[in-house]
Design a protein around this ligand. Structure first.
Ligand code: N01
Length: 594
């Protein structure tokens, strides 16, 4: 049976032929044109909107745009699309909004970008009224913020929670997409926007014997909403990336004993987080217009106006050109920040080696037990290879009597049994096992949906040797399908909120251009796409991100069988925005419009 006939049968089984904007499995979508999703537009303005209806006897649309995901990207997409007069619906697998900040509620979960900058700038009312409490926002505050955004802009009526998208199929004759959920419902739209996040598919290794464990097993990125009893427990924490590093000190405070299972030591820098100074907040609010502009003119989308350690110090200086005395002076002056304060360490491994020694000195100064230094200070990969971790008293946690480091390089995990974790070094009795083992990053969330473009080609087949995109936004063969923070865009290398706002606005303008000029489809040309793929790879060459010794999720190294390709765009947010805007200004040069 073909996909189309399944669709037809499903439509019949719902008891009625589809009407334009008619009965929909998504309930509230059943509205007349202009009644929904056009908030803020007058009746006349709505009537004047060019139609995105499909011609002739083609299947009818339920909405103009399906947005997948109700994290920050999905929320702003919905708001912006409504402003542009599109009817949109957001489908979200979770039972709440906020994406990353809905799922990652492990102890210590906190953003590593200052709150005043990790927030939307599209509405001055919003940025003026919201009060942040800490320099770096914790998960609960961020979840509350995104819920506030959903309420403030009346977004919930077009968001379907607990709705997991299983497939999205392009129908070439009509130029429409059919999006299907794992509950068997289907919705047809002209455009699809994947706002599925870069780090939203948890990666958990399968350990033999796990099912026998008599205690509880949890994942940091799927932390139960009702919480997990940690007090007085013996706890195994597996993984020392950002999630493991952030949760270590918090779990240590309440556990009877915490065993941290580490496969690779991590470079992590103290956040010096604390309460947000009301004066700083007020001053920032006064100059938000200027700050939001500056963010887009900064490679990482952060102007670092607060006390963050990131990129402080004499950035322009080269460590290789400094004398021993000068390096020592910088170390004394900047402490932890000294190892990141030089321009050449990101492009020269011998420079990086010197910075690594500075880092090790700080680890040694922090740990009470000198024997732990070799285990906890990274030695075989450069600073700047992986996402820098920002912590709150991580190394200090190892000075506690109730924290033990298990260095898996001295004997790996073999199995889990009824009472705990068996390694080649011995058995560890525990009551709770926490996996903080990361994500199938950047492509994982796209591949787990059956996305089929022209000729039924699967996206995961089209990207079998790595992502192929133009600007990280679109792929040849998948017309009218857009990705927010897709691979080959700055995304994870910059302030996500700033990237999201830019992408949402770029895509919104592109959709309006297609509609207002009477086109049906937009898709990259093969030549323009190849040029972007080549450029995207070229700018990563010579950086620590692509050093031979660098095995990060940026290159897919944490997922067995994933092609080793550096996925984000490292040319900088400013350069990226300039290029994307130039493409738009030239009438979407490099995109075929039909
Ligand atoms: O995941 P990770 P994460 N046995 O992939 C280990 C963002 N984030 O969730 O390095 C034992 O970094 C693995 O070991 P190794 C941020 O962008 C941001 O911590 O592969 N261990 C590693 O130690 C971040 O980069 C924030 O040898 C195993 C760990 O698990 C990204 O999310 C907070 C293993 C995974 O580390 C991912 O961070 C949290 C196995 N079989 C996350 N498999 C902030 O905003 C894997 N590991 C601060």
């Amino acid at each position: 049976m073909t996909r189309r006939s399944i669709t037809a049968r499903r439509a019949r089984s719902r008891g009625s032929a589809r009407r334009r904007h008619g009965a929909s499995p998504f309930g509230e979508l059943a509205a007349s044109p202009g009644e929904r999703g056009c908030a803020g537009l007058s009746q006349q303005a709505r009537a004047a909107l060019p139609s995105t209806a499909v011609p002739g006897d083609a299947p009818e649309l339920d909405v103009d745009v399906v947005v997948v995901g109700a994290g920050m990207a999905g929320l702003y997409s919905l708001h912006h699309l409504r402003e542009l007069g599109f009817r949109a619906v957001v489908l979200e697998q979770g039972d709440g909004v906020g994406g990353t900040w809905f799922w990652n509620r492990y102890p210590g979960a906190r953003c590593d970008v200052p709150s005043l900058e990790y927030s939307f700038g599209f509405s001055d009312e919003l940025q003026q009224e919201w009060e942040w409490t800490e320099v770096f926002p914790a998960q609960a505050e961020l979840e509350a913020y995104f819920n506030h955004v959903a309420d403030r802009f009346d977004l919930r009526r077009d968001i379907r929670l607990s709705t997991r998208v299983a497939a999205a199929t392009y129908d070439e004759p009509s130029g429409t997409w059919l999006v299907e959920t794992d509950a068997g419902d289907a919705i047809r739209s002209r455009f699809v926007i994947m706002a599925t996040g870069c780090l939203s598919v948890p990666m958990k290794p399968v350990v033999p014997g796990e099912e026998q464990f008599r205690g509880q097993i949890v994942q940091s990125s799927l932390w139960p909403r009702e919480g997990v009893e940690l007090e007085g427990k013996r706890i195994a924490l597996i993984g020392t990336g950002s999630s493991g590093v952030q949760s270590t000190p918090e779990i240590a405070k309440v556990a009877e004993h915490l065993y941290v299972f580490q496969r690779t030591p991590t470079y992590t820098w103290p956040s010096y987080n604390g309460p947000l100074d009301p004066e700083v907040q007020a001053e920032t609010k006064r100059r938000y217009t200027e700050l939001r502009k500056q963010q887009r003119e900064t490679p990482g989308g952060v102007t670092s106006i607060t006390g963050a350690i990131i990129m402080q110090g004499p950035e322009a200086r080269k460590i290789l050109e400094a004398t021993e005395e000068e390096r020592a002076a910088v170390l004394e002056q900047l402490g932890w920040g000294a190892s990141r304060a030089w321009s050449d360490i990101y492009v020269d491994e011998s420079a990086n080696d010197i910075a690594r020694d500075m880092y090790r000195t700080m680890v040694a100064r922090t740990l009470d037990d000198p024997e732990l230094v070799d285990h906890l200070a990274p030695s075989d990969y450069p600073i700047g290879c992986k996402r820098p971790v920002v912590d709150s008293h991580y190394f200090e946690a190892y000075n506690r009597d109730n924290v033990t480091l298990i260095d898996l390089r001295e004997g790996g995990i073999e199995s889990i049994d009824e009472t705990g974790v068996q390694t080649a070094q011995g058995h560890f009795d525990v009551d709770l096992i926490v996996f903080a083992t990361g994500f199938d990053a950047m492509t994982g969330a796209l591949f787990r949906i059956d996305i089929r473009g022209r000729d039924g080609v699967l996206l995961r087949d089209a990207w079998a040797d790595g992502p192929h995109t133009l600007l990280g936004l679109q792929t040849v063969g998948f017309p009218n399908l857009f990705t927010i923070n897709g691979p080959q865009s700055p995304s994870v290398l910059a302030n996500m909120v700033v990237c999201v706002e830019h992408h949402v606005e770029w895509i919104g303008a592109a959709l309006a251009f297609v509609r207002d000029h009477g086109y049906s489809t937009m898709e990259p040309t093969p030549e323009a796409q190849q040029a972007w793929v080549d450029h995207s790879q070229a700018v990563s060459v010579g950086t620590m991100f692509t050093a031979e010794s660098c095995n990060s999720w940026y290159v897919g190294a944490n997922i067995p069988g994933k092609p080793r390709i550096f996925m984000p765009y490292v040319g900088g947010l400013t350069t990226y925005i300039e290029k994307a805007e130039a493409v738009a200004d030239a009438g979407y040069e490099g995109f075929a419009l039909d």
